[in-house]
Design a protein around this ligand. Structure first.
Ligand SMILES: Cc1cc2nc3c(=O)[nH]c(=O)nc-3n(C[C@H](O)[C@H](O)[C@H](O)COP(=O)(O)OP(=O)(O)OC[C@H]3O[C@@H](n4cnc5c(N)ncnc54)[C@H](O)[C@@H]3O)c2cc1C
Length: 447
């Protein structure tokens, strides 16, 4: 019976293993991971630091699951691959031969070439080692600088804030998540960050790090000529596929491991999934790299099913993402980016004094809805995705918008206000976008 090796025990590697086993009871499966003995939810790292969860709570499966399902786990670091000979080499000197291989080695944090970047007290945040280092680096400190205005940067700001550390948050662009969020939503995030006492500096980049004479960071010098005294600098300027270990392997790579639509590399028995995979010919609307939890899971489901002998093709479906910016929830479904593209119309409603907004985009010609972006309110994923997938007319969506609110039984919903925003927008045929802001008190309705 064939032996499949999987490198990486993150969501995509582990899902691949589970789906092979679902299909086939006999195939030998071995997962090699260098981070933890058992799979855990990386997305919960911040809650470990904040003390909301213990490591045990982040493990989706009990430790006995792996033996019961005959999935062998090796804690080890794969340092090289000879694709032609189907051979893997581990840092401890071991080597193994595989019949089929799945590369699921994820991402690693990016670092820029700043002077002083190797000083102690400067770190990224991706895995368990970083969490341990952060614990050490934040012992008895009072000041920190977070660099990079993305999702992990704001998580870091929230984490450090819970320890009473004074934070300066440097964002290179002139607003938070400039390429992803429209200006109104960025502004809501700015307000939420500042409301939590974080000093937000926009249009600001690092020029250099300076040390205290003992090899530890003591100051961040910025491109705006500011000198910020600090005991810690957290870098969160993005991630990149973790594939340097594949140099010389024969596997074709670009930013990630190049794969076809079936996740196959240039070797027919070697596949790549999750953050480290890059589609060689992405479909229109598809990004070459998909670095999200749920896409990694879907990649693993497809490859696992196929390697187990079943049939599956990858259909990513409607894009979605969600996060929390301090206390403000953020959800996006479908196609809502920073700019309004040609041929697209939108309505936008914002609460008068609370951090809540709803943005809905639709095709100007057909009227079918293409995306939702909500801040401070939770929408039902199923409803939004169904409407987008079925190309539901905007009027129908608005008529039924209350179905999208997560808990309409408990809270007054804002459907009427959003419908009014739409009517105001369509009342003016020249309007591409309309912003209707009104002061409004949500009514709490007890059960
Ligand atoms: C702090 C944080 C918060 C996040 N929050 C969200 C979120 O809210 N929503 C969302 O969609 N996404 C989120 N992400 C992104 C999401 O976690 C990733 O998209 C997802 O984990 C990718 O899964 P993966 O299995 O491809 O890779 P990974 O999770 O990176 O797993 C790969 C594993 O392989 C191991 N490995 C790598 N190379 C080797 C080697 N040579 N030998 C052995 N083992 C190796 C790595 O150590 C790692 O354990 C977050 C990421 C971080 C860092």
């Amino acid at each position: 019976m064939k032996h499949v090796f999987i490198i990486g025990n993150g969501i995509s590697g582990i899902t691949t293993a589970r789906y092979i086993r679902k299909q086939n009871p006999d195939i030998k499966i071995t997962v090699i991971g260098n981070e933890t003995d058992y799979f855990y939810a990386r997305t919960a790292l911040m809650y470990l630091y904040m003390g909301h969860l213990q490591f045990e709570d982040t493990k989706p499966y009990e430790d006995g699951f792996w033996e019961k399902n005959r999935i062998s786990l090796i804690k080890g670091d794969v340092v090289s691959l000879q694709a032609e000979d189907r051979k893997l080499f581990l840092a401890d000197g071991r080597s193994v031969v595989f019949d089929q291989l799945v590369i699921a080695s994820g991402s690693k944090p990016l670092m820029a070439n700043w002077p002083g970047k190797t000083l102690d007290g400067i770190q990224g945040f991706y895995g368990m080692n970083d969490l341990a280092l952060l614990e050490e680096n934040t012992r008895n400190i009072r000041n920190a600088v977070v660099i990079g205005g993305g999702l992990i940067g704001i998580e870091l700001a929230e984490m450090l804030h819970t320890r009473g550390i004074h934070i300066t948050f440097l964002v290179r662009e002139n607003r938070y998540m400039e390429r992803i969020l429209p200006p109104e939503e960025s502004e809501l995030v700015h307000q939420e960050i500042r409301r939590n006492g974080v000093r937000l500096q926009l249009n600001t980049e690092v020029k250099a790090f300076h040390g205290d004479g003992n090899g530890r960071v003591s100051m961040v010098e910025t491109t705006t000529s500011e000198e910020i005294p600090t005991e810690l600098a957290c870098i969160s300027i993005g991630v990149t596929p973790n594939i340097a270990w594949l140099n010389g392997s024969g596997i074709n790579t670009n930013r990630g491991v190049l794969v076809d639509a079936h996740f196959k590399t240039n070797f027919p028995d070697i596949f790549a999934v999750g953050d480290c995979a890059e589609f060689q010919n992405p479909l229109p609307e598809q990004r070459p790299l998909e670095q999200l939890w749920y896409t990694g899971k879907m990649h693993g489901e497809v490859v696992g099913t196929v390697l187990g002998g079943g049939l599956a093709t990858y259909q990513k479906g409607v894009f979605f993402n969600s996060a929390k910016f301090f206390d403000m929830e953020y959800q996006v479904y479908g196609d809502v980016t920073s700019d309004v593209p040609m041929g697209v119309q939108e309505i936008f409603w914002q609460h008068g004094h609370e951090h809540k907004s709803i943005r809905i985009r639709y095709n100007a010609r057909s009227g079918s809805v293409i995306g939702f972006l909500v801040m401070g309110i939770r929408f039902r994923q199923q409803a939004c995705q169904k409407w987008i997938k079925r190309q539901t007319p905007i009027e129908e969506v608005l008529r039924n918008l209350n179905m999208a609110f997560f808990d309409p039984e408990f809270f007054y919903t804002f459907g009427t206000e959003v419908r009014e925003a739409y009517e105001a927008a369509t009342g003016n045929p020249r309007a591409i976008t309309t912003t209707l802001k009104r002061t409004f008190w949500p009514i709490f309705r007890p059960k």
